[in-house]
Ligand binder design. Sequence first.
Ligand SMILES: Cc1cc2nc3c(=O)[nH]c(=O)nc-3n(C[C@H](O)[C@H](O)[C@H](O)COP(=O)(O)OP(=O)(O)OC[C@H]3O[C@@H](n4cnc5c(N)ncnc54)[C@H](O)[C@@H]3O)c2cc1C
Length: 508
Amino acid sequence: MAEDYDVAIVGFGPSGAVAAGLLGQVGVRTYVCDRSTEVYDKPRAIALDHEIMRVFQQLGVAEAVERWAEPFTPSEYYGVDGQLIKRFTTVAPPFPLGYTPSLVFTQPPVEAILRQRVLALPAVDVDLGVTLEGVDQDADGVTLALRDGAGAARAARARYLIACDGASSTVRGLLGMELDDLAFDEPWLVVDVRVNERGLAKLPAVSVQYCDPDRPATYVIGPGNHRRWEISLNAGEDPREAATEAGAWRLLSRWLTPDDATLWRQASYRFHALVAREWRRGRIFLAGDAAHQQPPFLGQGMCQGVRDVANLTWKLAAVLAGQGGEGLLGSYGAERSRHVRDLTGRIKAIGAVICERDRDLARARDRRLLAEAGGPVRDEPRQNVLPRLEEGLVAVPDHPANGTLFPQPWIVTADGGRQRLDTLTGAGWRLVVMGDGAWPLAETDLPLRVVRIGGRDGLSEADGILTACFRTHDCAAALVRPDHYVYGVATGPQGLTAHLAALRRHMP
Ligand SMILES: Cc1cc2nc3c(=O)[nH]c(=O)nc-3n(C[C@H](O)[C@H](O)[C@H](O)COP(=O)(O)OP(=O)(O)OC[C@H]3O[C@@H](n4cnc5c(N)ncnc54)[C@H](O)[C@@H]3O)c2cc1C
């Protein structure tokens, strides 16, 4: 049976839509289906990192998304006696990736923007109201057994399949791919509220983690008048009753009354820490919530899925273009599994601070955090919690810059304006070098773009971000992957030659 498509994607949520966009805009013939015809109309994910805005920039939708996003306020952690014990903030400008590092956003319109972008791509066929019921793979491709809204069965065939079909993934279930349980399982109520002027006047001016042993809770300031509470349920409380209007107002009564706000969504669900044991079975890949779920304390739910597909799609496109093979495809699961497990461990540690139910241990926690601060509580940028890539297609661990996100400075243009670097260079493999020195490229057949910063003919950065980064890491060149992670940095031609040789060994 011939392959109709290069890549099929099941699920047109944020992970599936970003995957389809990134593949479609480089001409990969892509099929995407979703059993629902509409974007889910309630907010679920609320936080967005600058790394994700950079992917949206690559898709050409960053400006449209910015209209639905606002800077994430600091998150203050209050201990047993209501005292400040910890504070997450954002790094001060100039921002390293060209966007506010932590944002809050409204998910339904952002998903609609992503979908519109995909629908405009001639290389992508979007099939809505269509449910995947079966998958079968052979040496050449994957066959999808589908059923449309009228109940009719049909099939589609592609060389590869990405399962972006959410937490209860059909594909994962059909293939019997297991999730490792990283031991976090707590019942919480999530309430989204639109607050009026009277209500807003009663609420804190920053986001808050109430590390209260009687009732741990999170308060997040969303865009406009959107406010979210995540409230831990106590032993014996019925999650279904908590998710009724009356139940939600009862739990919100510490902050608001029904005169202050309108309920938008309330849902009880279990905060889990689950990660796929295998991320790939032959030609089929898991991504997004299908591959992992984590407690929401750092707002990483959707970010993780976008990271997955930003990682996978350039590798699939390269393999389909004959520029890589198994080494490249195998690196997807190795990189993302380690990254998700590392980050989930850090999120769990934050959860352990918030969720301590024993009053004596909670007081000991407060004393420990205040002692660690060694004085007034210090600002801790949220983004510092994110790990680098520790394994896979990256020259680690010999240098701390390897596996990190490469900065994106603003560049001063000839007309005196400014542009973000990726807009000028595109998002393929890049060798970014400082100054005028010569760099040997004979060792590579990579489609590598050389980007010069400074010197006689180089680009001129507006805020010195790259200059500072290269100085901190004592290097003069960085080999940057298409997903903007640093493969490796080099101080001179010898180091670069070694990186290019290593890459050549790992790509096939
Ligand atoms: C009820 C709920 C509440 C959430 N609340 C929060 C929150 O408070 N904070 C937070 O950070 N994150 C939250 N999340 C998670 C967040 O929404 C996801 O991380 C984010 O949406 C990324 O998901 P995704 O694209 O991987 O999957 P999803 O957004 O779940 O998209 C999966 C898509 O696959 C489709 N699909 C599933 N099975 C099939 C099939 N067999 N055939 C065809 N299509 C199929 C679905 O219709 C859906 O559109 C929540 C998720 C859910 C489900």
